[in-house]
Each structure stands twice: as C-alpha cells, then as structure tokens.
Design a protein around this ligand. Structure first.
Ligand code: IVH
Length: 696
C-alpha cells in the first residue's frame, strides 16, 4: 500500500511535468511559430501522459493536453449565453469615412482638437468565439451566434492547439473570457481542398467557410483533422481572483500584451498609432502585406486605445462607437462566365479555364480563372452563362469558388421557342489545339493531349521552356516571340532556333534591327550550355532542375544518359521507376532523337564528365529549403549547398538530411517535424556551410 502511494506521488509529479512540457511545446509551435520539440518527441510525451492517466484515472484533468481530441460526436450543441453581448463592428470603406469616425470619437470625448491614440490590428476573416477560463483553466467556448447567445463548441475548440487549455499564470483571474477569431491558414485550406479534389469530394469556397464548417462539426474528431488557428483580439467578462486587485490595464494594447503573456495567440501585426494619418499609414502598410500574410484578412480594425475612453464612448445599436473596421477590396466577387476554354500545357495536360466578364477582385482585374480539371468543373457544375463567385487571395491564382445556381439563366425565349440552358461542361475528346485524341490515365485527374511535340500548343510551351532562364537562358525569347516564330513556320523545334537569320526576324512584329541582333546574339550565347541545363531544357516529364543536375553529374554526357536503361537511371538519387520510365519513353521517340541530333550539330550543349563523387563538407547530404531567409535568397542558399557537394530537393522525405527554414515556412516544415528531420535557421545553416556537420 505504501509502495502504491509512493508510486501515485511519482505519477502525479510526472503527469504535471509532462503537461507542462506539452503545453510549452504547443505554445512554441502554434503561438510563437518557433517550434523546439521534434514531433516524434512530442508524441512520446503525449503517449506517456496518456499511459499515466489510464493507470491513474483520478489524475485526469479536463485541461490535460490528452483531452484535446476526446469524446465522440455530440447530438447537438448546447446554448451558451453571452453575459456581455458579442457585438459587431461598423465598417468604413474610404478615408473620408475613417475621418468621420475619428471626428465622432473626438466629439464624443469632447476633445475636438486632440490627436487620438488608436490600437490597430488586422480584421481576421474567420469566425468569432468566446473562450472561458475559470481560475486559468479552459472550461467552455462558444460561437458568437446572434450575439446574445451562441453554441457551445468546447470540444472542438479543445482540438485547436493554439488555444491554451491552461493559462500561463501562477495567479490567474477567477474568470477570464477571451474573445477572438477562429480561422484556417491559407496553406491548411489549400491542402484541405487539394485532398478533397483528389478524393472527388466537395471543396470549400474559402478558408472562412472551411473554418466555420470545421468548428461547427458535431464530431470533434473531424475538427481535429482540419487544423484550425486562433487569434485573440479582446476580452469579455473578467473577474479578479479573491484577494487580488482587479485586472485593469489602462489600454487595449496593454490588454493584448497581457493576453500574450498568458500564452494566448495575438497577432504580431498589431500596433498603436495616432490620428487619422497614423490609421491610414497602418491601413496601407498592412494592405501591402495582405497577400503575403498566412491567413485571409478583410480589413484593419481601429480601436480607441484608452479603455476609459472606450467606456465613455459606449455603443450605438449593435456596434461600439470606439471601434471601426476599415475594409480592403474584396477577395471574392460575383461575375459571369463568358466561356470555358481548355488550355494545353507543356506536357499536354488540358486545363479548363473560365473566361470571365472582367471583375476587380483581390486588388486586380481578373478575366480568367482556373477550373483545375474536368472532375472539378463537373462537381461545381460551372456552365457558360453562370454567375460565379471568383476568389483571388494571396499568391494563389484566381479560381471559381462556386456557382450561384439560382441565378443560372433559364434559356432565352424567341417567339414560341425557349432555348435550353447551357449544357454541363465536358472535356473535349480531341485536343483543341491539334485535334489528336485526348487521353486520361487511370487514377489521374488530368486529361492530356496524346500528340506530344506534334501538338502546336505543346510545341510552343516546350520552346518557351527551352529558352527560359533556368534552362538555356535565351534572353528576350518570350511567349509572344515564340508564337510569331511558330506561326510563320520559322521554327518548329528548339534546334531551328540555332538556324535563324537576321533577314527572317526583320519581318516580325515589333522587331527592329537592333532587337533582331540582340535575339540572335542571345541564341548564340546559349550555345555550349552545361549539360544539366540542357537536360532540364528538354522538358522531359518528371525531370525537374534538380534531377537534371543529378543526371548530368552522374552520366557526364548526353550519349551516356540516352544509352542508360531503367536500372542504370535509377542509380541516380531521387530517380525512381516513374521518372526512369518517363526518360526512356522520351529518348525512345524518333522525333526527339532527331531534334537532339540537330541540337548536337548546333553545339547547343557541352558534355561534362561523369562524376562519381564530388568533394565537399556536405557530400551526399540532402537539403530542402522553405520560407524566406533573412539574408540569403533561395538561389544563394542552393549555390552554397551545391558548392559543398550537397543536394537540394523540392520536397521532404525520409532521405532529407536538413530542412533550412526561414520566415513563413510551408508544409515542408511541418513534414520535417513529423519525420524528425533537423531544421536549421540561417545562422545554423551558415555555420554548417563553413564548418561542416560536426559542429551541429
Ligand atoms: S473587435 C465590439 N477585432 O469582426 C467589437 N473584431 O464585425 C468586437 N473581427 O464579430 C469585435 N478581427 O468576428 C474585433 N481584430 C478584430 C477583429 C474582429 C475580426 C470580427 C469579429 C467580429 C466582427 C465584427
């Protein structure tokens, strides 16, 4: 019995240690975005804690990190009354409206000549929630609902790792209601939709809908898979702990700082500014960064900073007088589909593209939007004549998010005749460019033209690729010029470029003598390019820049590469059966053999020597780069790695040795953590370059 008691004490202590370590890891990962613990280690700690709690159920607490994904589905959400109502914000769409807001504030405070101090922050495009902490422990969370009461989504909120289950404080308030926004990061949204698209499932229109749909799931296990994020932007009901002074900062900015100290996520984009000038400067600065933020925002929120002033100003109807949302141009707009074109890419992939009535969205005029592939068009049922929602956010290419079915034109009445509505889209059975049959391989979403380089569209893309900067780098040979050269029959294949003459070019549009000279010179300079560039320039499916480099290094000459069988090809790093087969097929084509022979005669490339191994501190080490480094560009980092015999791959796998991560890293970062791969920042990376692996 004594031994049992001693064991229980040990277990209690260990459980506390584990919870602290896991909470800290969550905070660093999800709030600070600066992880310290590899995922594998995190999982071990979590499993150990689960084991202790299973053996000692009395130790299980509701705020334990093991409880984030707990119970099964609910039948319905319970109601939660908001003791302090959750209001909305009035909007401003122009500087004049912002000036009017500032004037009302000054008049309301009877300080007409003063310059007001404002706390400013992004307007997150997600959904509002209230989180209730009792003596520092998360006890409940609710949606905004109608503002007076919302739905109890506690189980789902527990799955959001950015939300602490226990506040980081020795003396937490008796009650703290944190208000903020649940949202989905763009990269998590893109990934979610990509998976849905691959599985032939419905996609979400935007991250906001995805976040809302995920938070209002009755089964928290589904929410847990969706990767939601959270940012706090204020507080509701607050009660001090008995015997402690009331928690009363003087400003909104100080409230936010306190929330950050409690380990709640607050946006690093927040600031304090003065007067309308300060507001407008912030609006433009944040607007300039809008596209590169990891999440959607639809405006900036301005709040009178001093809480006493906020109280004095009070509310009108359902919105505060002390705050306003200044909106950016929408990232979604409605427009009409005027046609659906099918574009043919370099490797023959057919992509349906909606031709749109021009619409201003996300800060630019959009006239085309991708429809991804045939299944996607069918699922969304996009038809000519439809009104659609177009979305353009961040660097993502514009896409048709959804169709407004109730606005579909019913057909036109001409006399007694009613024309039917437009039929559903179907992929052409022959290539729209060359008329060759379209093929769709089993298990692939993409349909392709089967005509290879005999298809003019593929030929054009292939030529553009051949001349591009990272391939043969023929300066000045862009889309328009390639098109003209093809149209006039001056060029059929890349080899023909090396036979062009001044007189032929002179007749082309916008082609003065000087530019003709420049082009001929650029073509001339491109002769004798390194083998790696040449291999890449050939545009073999599955053979990217890195693979081309590996192949060049391994085989040394094009002849050796062309002679290699599948087994020999697979000796090269990252070349598997699929890539090998693609190369074999490319070199087996007579057309390709002829073009290569002509390029050989034009001395387009220079063979090197097969290099079994290069010297260098990082010989054989595989790197992946993600995010923006503070000083080095991607190309510079790559060059440093390659100079030391290392390789740079595009995606993280078990073979990756290091991931070099900068600001706003992508999914590669998460993957690296999952696989327990070493992650370097710029400083440690440069250290590795100068001293090799032994110092890390
Ligand atoms: S403060 C009393 N700050 O906008 C005002 N709201 O239109 C309380 N929102 O329901 C809101 N970012 O969902 C505030 N930085 C921010 C916000 C924000 C987004 C949302 C919130 C609210 C809606 C009001």
């Amino acid at each position: 019995m004594v031994a049992g008691a001693a064991e229980a004490v040990v277990a209690t202590e260990r459980a506390q240690q584990l919870r602290a370590a896991i909470n800290e890891a969550n905070f660093r990962y999800y709030v600070l975005d600066a992880p310290t613990l590899p995922d594998a280690e995190y999982d071990r700690l979590l499993r150990e804690l689960q084991a202790i709690e299973a053996a000692h159920p009395e130790l299980l607490t509701p705020d334990s990190p093991t409880q984030r994904v707990g119970a099964g589905p609910l039948a319905a959400f319970a109601d939660v009354a908001h003791v302090i109502p959750m209001l909305s914000l009035n909007n401003a769409f122009s500087e004049a409206e912002v000036m009017a807001f500032d004037r009302r504030v000054r008049e309301g405070l009877e300080r007409e000549d003063a310059t007001i101090e404002y706390a400013v922050e992004p307007k997150f495009d997600g959904l509002a929630v209230a989180l209730h902490y009792q003596r520092g422990v998360f006890v409940r969370g609710a949606t905004r609902g109608d503002g007076a009461s919302g739905e109890d989504v506690s189980a789902n909120l527990r799955t959001i790792r950015a939300i602490p289950m226990r506040l980081a404080s020795e003396q937490p308030p008796e009650w703290l209601e944190v208000r903020g926004e649940v949202l989905m990061l763009r990269r998590d949204f893109e990934r979610l939709n990509e998976v849905a698209r691959e599985n032939g499932e419905k996609t979400f229109v935007n991250p906001r809908n995805a976040a809302a749909g995920s938070l209002r799931q009755l089964d928290p296990r589904i929410t847990a898979q969706r990767r939601l994020s959270f940012f706090a932007y204020g507080v509701g009901r607050v009660e001090a702990a008995a015997g402690l002074p009331a928690w009363l900062p003087e400003t909104h900015a100080a409230v936010m700082d306190s929330l950050a100290e409690l380990h709640l996520p607050v946006s690093s984009e927040r600031s304090v500014v003065h007067g309308v000038d300060g507001l407008m400067r912030y609006f433009h600065a944040l607007g300039a960064r809008r596209d590169s933020l990891p999440f959607d925002i639809d405006g900036a929120v301005y709040k009178v900073n001093r809480l006493a002033d906020q109280a004095a100003l009070g509310f009108v109807a359902r919105a505060p007088r002390f705050a306003i949302a200044h909106k950016y141009p929408a990232q979604e707009e409605i427009t009409q589909v005027e046609g659906i074109d099918v574009q043919v890419g370099r490797t023959g992939v057919l992509t349906p593209v909606a031709r749109l009535k021009p619409v201003f969205v996300g800060g630019v005029t959009v006239t085309n939007a991708t429809l991804h592939n045939e299944d996607e068009v069918r699922r969304k049922d996009v038809r000519v004549g439809d009104s659609v929602i177009v979305r353009r956010a961040g660097d993502v290419i514009p896409e048709v998010a959804s169709v407004l079915l109730d606005r579909r034109p019913m057909g036109v009445t001409i006399g007694d005749l009613v024309t039917p509505e437009f039929p559903p889209f179907s992929m052409p059975v022959v290539c729209p460019e060359c008329g060759a049959p379209v093929v769709r391989l089993e298990g692939e979403a993409a349909a392709r033209c089967s005509n290879g380089l005999s298809c003019p569209a593929q030929r054009k893309q292939a030529l553009i690729h051949f001349a591009s900067r990272r391939a043969m780098d023929i300066e000045g040979l862009g889309d328009k010029l390639v098109e003209q050269l093809l149209d006039r029959g001056l060029v059929q294949t890349p080899a023909d470029l090396y036979r062009l003459e001044q007189a032929q070019l002179a007749g082309l549009e916008r082609m003065a003598d000087k530019s003709a000279d420049n082009l001929l010179q650029a073509i001339e300079i491109s002769r004798g390019r390194e083998l790696a560039r040449f291999i890449f320039a050939l545009g073999i499916r599955q053979v990217g820049e890195q693979t081309a480099k590996d192949l060049a290094r391994h085989f040394g000459s094009l002849a050796a590469l062309m002679a290699a069988d599948a087994a020999a090809l697979q000796q090269v790093p990252d070349v598997g059966p699929v890539v090998a087969a693609s190369m074999r097929a490319f070199f087996a084509e007579v057309h390709n053999q002829t073009v290569i022979e002509n390029l050989r005669q034009a001395r387009a490339w220079k063979d090197g020597e097969a290099q079994a191994a290069v010297a260098g501190k990082l010989l054989g080490k595989a790197f992946v780069l993600t995010g923006t480094l503070p000083n080095l560009s991607r190309d510079q980092a790559k060059a440093l790695i390659e100079a030391e015999g290392g390789k740079v791959a595009g995606s993280v796998s078990r073979k990756t040795d290091y991931v070099v991560a900068g600001a706003e890293p992508g999914s590669k970062f998460t993957k690296a953590q999952e696989l327990g791969i070493r992650i370097l920042d710029e400083i440690t990376f440069l250290d590795l370059i100068s001293h090799g692996d032994n110092t890390l």
